[in-house]
Each structure stands twice: as structure tokens, then as C-alpha cells.
Design a protein around this ligand. Structure first.
Ligand code: AMP
Length: 710
């Protein structure tokens, strides 16, 4: 039996690239746009994000700019996007067509259902997200209808699909719902009737753009939004405040302008000394001490401490103490200015901004945190949520700033590092009540993790590339300082440099999550469960197998806690892990030729130390208990080893999945049927014999049937 996942299976489909699509829905209120999106998402394997203007603002109506920001962020995170708003004229659609890169496909789905049907549906509905129902709905539909302008390919669409009745809509849902991650659809116009044949008497103008100047008063200002009140721009987002001119920012940033900052520079305000009332003398000692420690470890990069006013006591204390210690003023300086406008108002380019935040990492408070969230816009909230839900005092999280943020284009900011300091203010949560032993320790940790986080960003810039090139959206926020060439296999065995117990990540690993790390570092103490050990990997049986056969191939070097730590230099190790996993899968198939295996990684593992799952596809195990277990192996959260290596080879970095996949349905990986709960799914799995088509087609499956050549 010869098996090799790295080659395309003979007769099988060559694995294609991930195809991202932005689908712009076009239709009047009541035409079924939201239902279309929900149905597609329900049946689809693809990670779709529905961008609905009627719910974009924390479940309430928002603005088009909000939709653009969220759509841009979603595309940046590898998702496909459904734009659920009316988009009735060319102007409304134009900005959405500028999103994504040239490789992003732009589709229009036109729900051109009869006017009367749209009115009757929207009048009758209740609980509509945008509250567009009842008599007002009829009014809005009647106002919007004459302004409707059918889309043309020349607007920038690759594909336009016209639906005139419910049957057409069902077909479109089926079509889009069946698209796997790499599928594409033919380009061109589909399903369009000749205009004359579908014009109803009296509403010919329905299909033409008209001069609407006389109608503007009684319809919503932004006619793309079914339910928003005219001018209901929401506060809290800098994008919103700037109103219509924001378009310019969005266009600039998404058209690929990169933030320019000649040398990576971190701007940071003082942590904890304002709202959290930390003693200024003590804080300034810690700042200078930490700056001194880190300045030698960030290459040519720079640190700038910022405060708003020339009278800032903490700034002058730090300045004096840094001068006394002869800290290189080219590497560390102080600056008076608004941290949200350093480049535009102060002429200071800083690509990374530290944000002393609250434990929930949410906008609020009156200081830097509120200003940062406001300046960076809603996309920062979205990007932050993808990375962390909360912080403990002393911790930080590095968030790459999506290019759709106005801060990216206007200020050249590529990353925000949220950091939580100690609190001495009795009016704020978790007050340390003047316990400065604890407080100083936490403040030290806060600066240390902030500078570590910055160091992890500086690394990808490298010494050669100091031109401010934006790091990828998935630059790990990890501290890679503990990782050295051991991971590239230039050294054998475990690298025994001083290693922080918590590993390479700013993420803290719980004690229970350290088991695999301990096994990797001292396999001799775990002989009972170790199947194989070499200089670079250890193979064990998973203690809580989620299938009949479930092994783990664990990397043995320090500094590789998870895929987030992996870079191009780790390709040899990743290939070795794959080969070892493949060897074990083959061995187990020889013992039981009904087994089929998949090799891959969890995007965000629960256990510390990079490990490859070698898992049989029966999922027949008492340890497979909950939805998360299932979805972690059966959504793009699980990254096939071949694909991981390919991405590293081609792009030098990885696009990781995130926990949003755990919201998905329980779909059988064979027949794709949806099951209501785990017992039913497990029952179904016992009898379903459909082939694992997706895995076979993509070269991900290892089975006795596979005649893949090495
Ligand atoms: P991940 O979510 O990718 O980190 O998966 C971690 C895997 O490690 C899971 O499949 C667990 O069942 C498994 N596991 C957890 N604790 C142990 C342990 N002490 N020994 C072996 N495997 C373990």
C-alpha cells in the first residue's frame, strides 16, 4: 500500500486555492435577502459572514460604513461575505465592490420578486431586525422601487444571478449553499429575462435609475438600509462621526495602501497611573527598568512613551530617570501628543499602539482606551474579539488592525496591543488596596508582556525589511523570543534554554493544559504512553480519543506551543511531523483496513505544545461528547497537515480558523446531513457509509483505498 497525501490522487480533483466571494444581495425590503443568507449559511460548509445593516449595530440598525468595515474585516479573516442590504442602485453597491483583493470574487444575487409580493411580505412580518414592518414597510418599498437599478457586470461584478420567483431563489440558495471553500461559479449574467418581458404595466421606471432628488425626505437617507432612520449614524465609531467622507478612508485603506512607518515603533501611554491611580514614582521606576531591559531585544525598533500634556508628571519622571540611566534616546523617547493622532498631528509614525484597557477589552472609560477604540473604529472591536474575550491584570493581547480601520490608512497603525495593568482605584474593579508588592509585580508584568508583544510583531519585519510593510492579519501575538533555530531542526533534540513555564504565548496555559508539553520535554518519564520518540517528535495515544484510533505527534522543541507560533522556518519540522503521522496511520490501516485517517491541527489548541492529530474518521468513541469536540475536527477549525505545510511554503504564514466555527451545525462529514444533537449525530455516524468526498478530492484522506503514490 502506497499512500502520500502530498500528491494529488490520480483521478481526483487537483486541490485548488481557497476562493473568497463577496455576494451583494440586491432587492427590495421583503424580497427575501435575509432568508437567502440564513439558508445559505445553514447548508454551507463555507464560513459565510452575513453583513446585515439592520442588525449591524449590536443587533440594531447601523450604517453602510459599519457594513463596509465588518465586511472588510471578515474578508481579511478568510471568510466569504453576504451583503444583506437593499443595494438598489449602482452607487449603493460601488463601495462593496472595492472590498477584498483582486482574487476575491464579486457576485450579485438579484432578488427581483414582484413589488406586490415584497410589500405584502414586509407588511405582514413581525419582529423584523430593522423594525420595517406594517404600514411603514409598504411606504418604504413604494419609495424605493422606482429607484431600483439593475446591476451590470461593468460595475465590477464577476457574476450576476437574477431570481424572479421563489423557485429561482431556492435554486440560488442551493447553488451558493453547495459551494465548498475552493469552489467557484462561472462568471457572467445568469437567469436574466429580457427587460421588456418583466416590466409590469406602470412600473417600467422601476428598472431605471431616476432622479430621486424630490423624494429624499420621506425615505431613509441611506436607502440601502431597510430600517434605519435617516441620519441615524451611531456614535462611538470614528468612521461614523466623519459621515459620508468616510468612504474615502475606506477606499484608501482597502485599495491596498499600506501603513508607512520606516522603523517599527511602539507608542505607549503610562499604564495604570491615571484612572487606576498607581503611584507615579513607583510606576516610573518600573517603566524605565522594563524599557532598559527590552530595548536591546527589539533590533532597530523604537519605543515612545506618549502623554497628552507637557505638564505630565509621569512623562517627566520617566524622561529624567531614563536620562540618568543613559538609555539610548534614539531607541527610547518621550512625546507629548494625542496617541490617536501621532502621525497626522504630531508627525510621529508609530505602527503599533499600546492601549491600557479594561478587563473586558471593551470601549469605555474616559482615557486612552475610549479614544483608541473610537479612533480605530468598530473593526478593532471585531478583530479584538477574534483574539481574546478578556484579560487578567498583567496580560496583553496583540491585535492586528484590519486595513478597513481608518486608523490604518490615516495614521499608519498596523497593530494595537491591549494591556491590562494593576488597579489601585477603589472605585474600579479588582482594586489592590495599596498592596504595592502585588501592584508592582503586576505592573512589571504588564510592561513586560506589552514589550514582548511588540517584539513578536517586530520579528516579521526583519532587519532587512524595515519599510513598514504591514504584517499579515494572522501575525501571532506570541512572544517568539524563546524559540530559536531548534525549531528548524538545525539542532537536534530539545532546546534547553531558559524557558518560561507558561511557554511562548502571551496566552497563559492552565496547569492541565501542560500535559503534552511535559511529555514532549521528558518522554522518558512517560514511557507507559509513548509510542515513539525521536529527537524532534514524540508520538502518543490520545488519552481521550475522539475516534477508534487517535494519536498525537508532538513537537519537542521549545517555543512552539501551537500553530500560532509556527513560521516558515518550521517547515522541516512540520514535514517530519506529517511523515511520522502518516507512517502511524499506514500501520494502523494495515491492522484494520476499514480505518480512514485524517492528519491535522486545531487552529487554537486546548493543550500547550504543537501537536498533530492522527485521527480515524469513524469518530466512534465515548470521549466524543459535545458539539465542540465534533466541530473542532469537522470544520475549517481543523487544518489538514498537507495544507498547513503548503500555506507555509507558499505564503510563509498561516491563516488560522477561530472559535466562531463552534457555532455551526452538527453536520455529518460524509453525507452532510444536519443532526439536531450529539446522540443523534453519533447514532447516524454508525450507519452512514457515504464516502468522504471532500477529503478524498482534496487529498486529505489516508485509507486503504487510496492509491496515492509517494
Ligand atoms: P487540542 O485541542 O488540539 O489541544 O487537543 C489536545 C488533545 O490532547 C485532545 O485530543 C485531548 O484529548 C488530548 N489530551 C488531553 N490531555 C492529555 C493527556 N494527559 N495525555 C494525552 N492526551 C491528552
Amino acid at each position: 500500500m502506497e499512500i502520500d497525501q502530498r500528491n494529488t490522487p490520480p483521478g481526483g480533483k487537483k486541490r485548488e486555492e481557497l476562493k473568497q466571494i463577496i455576494v451583494v444581495l440586491i432587492g427590495l425590503p421583503g424580497s427575501g435577502k435575509s432568508t437567502f443568507c440564513e439558508e445559505v449559511a445553514k447548508i454551507s460548509n463555507r464560513p459565510w459572514v452575513r453583513v446585515c445593516q439592520d442588525a449591524i449595530n449590536n443587533g440594531k440598525s447601523g450604517t453602510k460604513i459599519m457594513c463596509l468595515s465588518v465586511a472588510a474585516a471578515a474578508l481579511e479573516y478568510g471568510k466569504s461575505v453576504l451583503i444583506d442590504r437593499c443595494n438598489i442602485d449602482k452607487e449603493q453597491r460601488a463601495d462593496f465592490l472595492k472590498l477584498g483583493g483582486s482574487e476575491t470574487e464579486k457576485h450579485a444575487v438579484v432578488l427581483d420578486l414582484p413589488n406586490s409580493l415584497c410589500i405584502s411580505r414586509s407588511v405582514k412580518r413581525s419582529g423584523h431586525e430593522g423594525k420595517l414592518q406594517g404600514g411603514r414597510a409598504a411606504q418604504v418599498v413604494n419609495h424605493m422601487a422606482p429607484k431600483k437599478e439593475l446591476p451590470k457586470l461593468s460595475e465590477g461584478f464577476n457574476r450576476i444571478m437574477f431570481c424572479y420567483n421563489e423557485k429561482d431563489v431556492k435554486e440560488a440558495i442551493k447553488l451558493y449553499g453547495s459551494l465548498s471553500l475552493c469552489d467557484s461559479l462561472p462568471f457572467g449574467c445568469f437567469g436574466q429575462k429580457s427587460v421588456d418581458s418583466m416590466v409590469q404595466v406602470g412600473i417600467r421606471s422601476f428598472f431605471k435609475k431616476q432622479d430621486t432628488s424630490g423624494n429624499a425626505k420621506s425615505v431613509p437617507e441611506d436607502s440601502g438600509n431597510q430600517g434605519a432612520e435617516a441620519g441615524s449614524h451611531t456614535a462611538g465609531d470614528a468612521l461614523e462621526k466623519k459621515g459620508k467622507h468616510d468612504k474615502v478612508d475606506v477606499t484608501i485603506s482597502i485599495s491596498g495602501s499600506t501603513a508607512s512607518c520606516s522603523i517599527p515603533t511602539l507608542a505607549f501611554p503610562s499604564i495604570s497611573t491615571a484612572d487606576f491611580q498607581f503611584d507615579l514614582e513607583k510606576a516610573s521606576d518600573i517603566i524605565v527598568e522594563q524599557v532598559e531591559e527590552y530595548i536591546g531585544r527589539i533590533g532597530e525598533a523604537k519605543l515612545v512613551m506618549v502623554d497628552l500634556s507637557h505638564g505630565s508628571k509621569i512623562l517627566s519622571l520617566v524622561k529624567t530617570k531614563a536620562a540618568k540611566k543613559n538609555i539610548d534616546s534614539n531607541k527610547f523617547s518621550t512625546f507629548v501628543g494625542d496617541i490617536t493622532q501621532l502621525r497626522s498631528c504630531g508627525g510621529l509614525s508609530c505602527n503599533v499602539i499600546a492601549n491600557p484597557t479594561n478587563w473586558e477589552i471593551k470601549p469605555g472609560g474616559g482615557g486612552v482606551n475610549a479614544a483608541v477604540f473610537k479612533a480605530a473604529g468598530f473593526v478593532l472591536e471585531v478583530a479584538t474579539k477574534e483574539r481574546a474575550e478578556k484579560l487578567a491584570a498583567g496580560e496583553c493581547v496583540v491585535v492586528p488592525l484590519p486595513s478597513s480601520s481608518p486608523w490604518f490608512g490615516a495614521e499608519g497603525v498596523t497593530h494595537v496591543i491591549h494591556v491590562l495593568g494593576p488597579n489601585m482605584n477603589p472605585k474600579r474593579p479588582n482594586c489592590l488596596k495599596d498592596d504595592y508588592t502585588k501592584g508592582c509585580k503586576i505592573l512589571r508584568e504588564a510592561y513586560s508582556s506589552l514589550f514582548e508583544g511588540f517584539a513578536s510583531i517586530v520579528k516579521p519585519y526583519g532587519n532587512k525589511d524595515q519599510n513598514g510593510k504591514r504584517a499579515a492579519a494572522y501575525v501571532p501575538e506570541n512572544n517568539k523570543k524563546t524559540k530559536d533555530s531548534s525549531s528548524s531542526l538545525s539542532k537536534s533534540g530539545v532546546n534547553n534554554r531558559n524557558q518560561d513555564e507558561q511557554g511562548s504565548n502571551t496566552k497563559t496555559w492552565n496547569p492541565w493544559a501542560q500535559a503534552l508539553h511535559k511529555i514532549a520535554m521528558s518522554p522518558d518519564s512517560h514511557k507507559d504512553i509513548v509510542l515513539e520518540v525521536s529527537d524532534h517528535v514524540v508520538v502518543i495515544k490520545d488519552s481521550y480519543p475522539k475516534a477508534q484510533q487517535h494519536l498525537l505527534v508532538i513537537a519537542r522543541c521549545h517555543g512552539l506551543d501551537s500553530l500560532a507560533d509556527v513560521s516558515g522556518e518550521d517547515i522541516p519540522l512540520m514535514k517530519e511531523m506529517h511523515d511520522v503521522g502518516l507512517k502511524w496511520a499506514e500501520k494502523l490501516i494495515l491492522e484494520n483496513n476499514s480505518l480512514e485517517f485524517r492528519l491535522g491541527y486545531h487552529s487554537i489548541p486546548s493543550m500547550r505544545q504543537l501537536h498533530l492529530h492522527v485521527i480515524s474518521q469513524d469518530f466512534d468513541s465515548t470521549h466524543l461528547k459535545n458539539k465542540k469536540h465534533w466541530l473542532s475536527f469537522n470544520t475549517p477549525f481543523f487544518l489538514d497537515s498537507v495544507n498547513v505545510v503548503k500555506q507555509l511554503e507558499e505564503a510563509g504564514e498561516l491563516r488560522l480558523g477561530n472559535e466562531s466555527f463552534f457555532d455551526g451545525v452538527l453536520r455529518c462529514h460524509r453525507c452532510l446531513s444536519v443532526n439536531p444533537n450529539m446522540p443523534k449525530l453519533k447514532n447516524h455516524l454508525r450507519s452512514c457509509k457515504d464516502p468522504l468526498t471532500f477529503l478524498i478530492q482534496n487529498g486529505y484522506l489516508i485509507s486503504s483505498e487510496g492509491k496515492y503514490s509517494r
